[in-house]
Design a protein around this ligand. Structure first.
Ligand code: SF4
Length: 509
């Protein structure tokens, strides 16, 4: 359990969730739960254990402000009870008023797992039927396939221009053997994550397993890189101390000087304080605006803070000052700076804005200027279910998981044959109590079989650890509940078939 690796296409088990908080900066969900309106039982029971930046989503839900939820499914096999966690999370957010998106990651399944299109079609249908049967409202929400969504493809192309192969190497371990389609499926996934914000920036949550965190981190980075106005945003959001702020102000003023006056100016020395010098081309034929050098330590700390806040200091903006930039691009830049300045001038008290308000203002500016103004996407992480045979629940080991398509009688048998956290003898169990925390059957109660009834889940737990509950009866009860759940779910699947047929037209790739 010492090594924690996060590999979206691997079979990593996350043995020690605590490490995720320390090493990857995933935050504990517990600290936030009070701010969530009507928390879902998966939240209340700690199955949802971590998040990145979920605060803005919770706030939007509380205030009935726009918010979105999106998750994707790679149709590589049958949907099972582990996938149900994500289905439930999407549906719950939809019921709390968020725009909901469910997508079929068919390009990823083809590129990363090599499935044929026929296999993908069949599995895609099964995922969607279960999502609908569990309560997803397709009238209010959006379902799509990656390959059939032109807007996502276009956005993926745009995001691809901000992503570098070296990053894919670092994040995903891609190498010279990785197919181009696999890389393309990654930028497609980035576009999926940002898709709910194409019309309007809004807090968006991606509920996933923690193995998908690399995708979330990259999407957050790319969202930030799509911004033009990040420097002023940092400036006004008071990330910086006074000296650093003075430095940014100088660079900013220099840019404004360009906007205000001499359009021949092609290079802004002031900006270089905060910029990778290689990204500013010096053009000997044109006059320059000079800004005095400031201390290197100040520059270094300002750059660091901007980077920590997910901002690439000034680079996207001075990109247009490159020697190869067309006069049109240059004028466009001048206009943007000018527009930005006017916008900020309206807010003379901008220094007093809260970081949240400053960020909102920056996004408004961005959208006014034709950008997306993406808000960094948030995420929720749930625990993986333990396999019924111990170890990880895996689609490739049928006895380890219960498929939502399993015959109810088969589901019953699988639960009956599951390993438990019970003691060797009934006597010992009465004396010491069972180990519910290590028991896959208890997990079934907590994650699924108790539904919204916290008291029931708690009673099973208390009776188990108190030695009043013995595994034979406990499994019998769980097996019956599982059988009922599967029968009911499959009946509902049959009922929503018609709904899926109506949607099929839209979903065709
Ligand atoms: Fe698991 Fe139930 Fe046995 Fe406890 S009594 S260890 S919850 S099967």
């Amino acid at each position: 359990a010492d090594d924690v690796t996060l590999d979206p296409w691997g079979s990593s088990t996350i043995a020690d969730y605590r490490k995720l908080f320390e090493e990857f900066g995933i935050e504990e969900f517990d600290e936030l739960i009070e701010s969530v309106p009507n928390p879902h039982y998966l939240m209340r029971r700690g199955v949802i254990f971590g998040h990145r930046d979920y605060g803005p989503v919770a706030e939007a839900l509380r205030n009935d402000d726009p918010a979105a939820v999106l998750s994707g499914f790679m149709p590589t096999g049958d949907p099972h009870i582990g996938h149900k966690l994500v289905f439930d999370e999407i549906i719950w957010h939809q019921q709390q008023g968020a725009e909901a998106y469910g997508l079929i990651a068919d390009l990823e399944a083809h590129a990363a797992r090599g499935l044929t299109w026929e296999e993908i079609d069949e599995h895609a249908r099964d995922y969607l039927l279960s999502l609908l049967a569990l309560g997803f409202d397709p009238e209010e929400g959006t379902l799509y396939r990656q390959s059939g969504n032109r807007e996502v493809q276009d956005l993926a192309f745009e995001l691809g221009s901000k992503a570098r192969f070296a990053e894919f190497e670092g994040i995903y371990g891609f190498d010279s053997e990785t197919s181009i389609s696999h890389m393309q499926s990654v930028v497609t996934q980035m576009a999926d994550i940002l898709y709910p914000q194409m019309d309007e920036p809004k807090p968006t949550v991606i509920p996933v397993g923690p193995d998908q965190d690399p995708h979330v981190r990259l999407a957050r980075d790319l969202a930030a890189r799509m911004r033009f106005f990040k420097v002023t945003e940092a400036y006004f959001s008071q990330e910086l101390d006074d000296a650093e702020r003075a430095l940014v102000a100088e660079a900013y003023e220099a840019l404004v000087e360009v906007a205000d006056g001499d359009q021949d100016v092609r290079c802004v020395h002031g900006a270089q304080h905060l910029v990778d010098p290689n990204s500013v081309a010096l053009d000997a034929d044109r006059p320059t605006v000079e800004v005095p050098e400031l201390d290197d330590p100040v520059r270094a700390s300002a750059v660091k803070k901007l980077q920590n806040a997910g901002m690439e200091p000034l680079r996207p903006r001075v990109r247009f000052l490159d020697r190869n930039a067309s006069p049109d691009a240059f004028e466009d830049l001048v206009e943007r700076i000018d527009g930005e300045k006017r916008r900020y001038d309206e807010h003379v008290d901008a220094f007093d804005l809260s970081p949240e308000d400053a960020e909102e203002l920056a996004r408004e500016v961005e959208v006014d200027n034709g950008g997306y103004g993406f808000q960094m996407p948030s995420s929720l992480y749930h625990r993986f279910m333990t396999g019924l045979t111990g170890g990880k629940m895996s689609s490739s080991i049928p006895a380890s998981h219960i498929s939502l398509l399993d015959d109810p009688a088969e589901g019953y048998e699988k639960v009956k044959s599951a390993t438990t956290g019970g003691r060797d003898t009934a006597e010992e169990q009465r004396e010491l109590g069972g180990e519910a925390d290590k028991c896959p059957v208890y997990e079934l109660y907590a994650y699924l079989l108790s539904g919204d009834d916290d008291d029931f889940a708690k009673r099973v737990y208390d009776e188990c650890v108190g030695g009043e509950r013995l595994c034979g009866d406990c499994k019998e009860q769980a097996a019956r509940l599982m059988q009922d759940f599967l029968s009911e779910h499959q009946e509902k699947r049959a009922e929503v078939e018609g709904m899926l047929e109506d949607l099929d037209m839209e979903l065709e790739s």
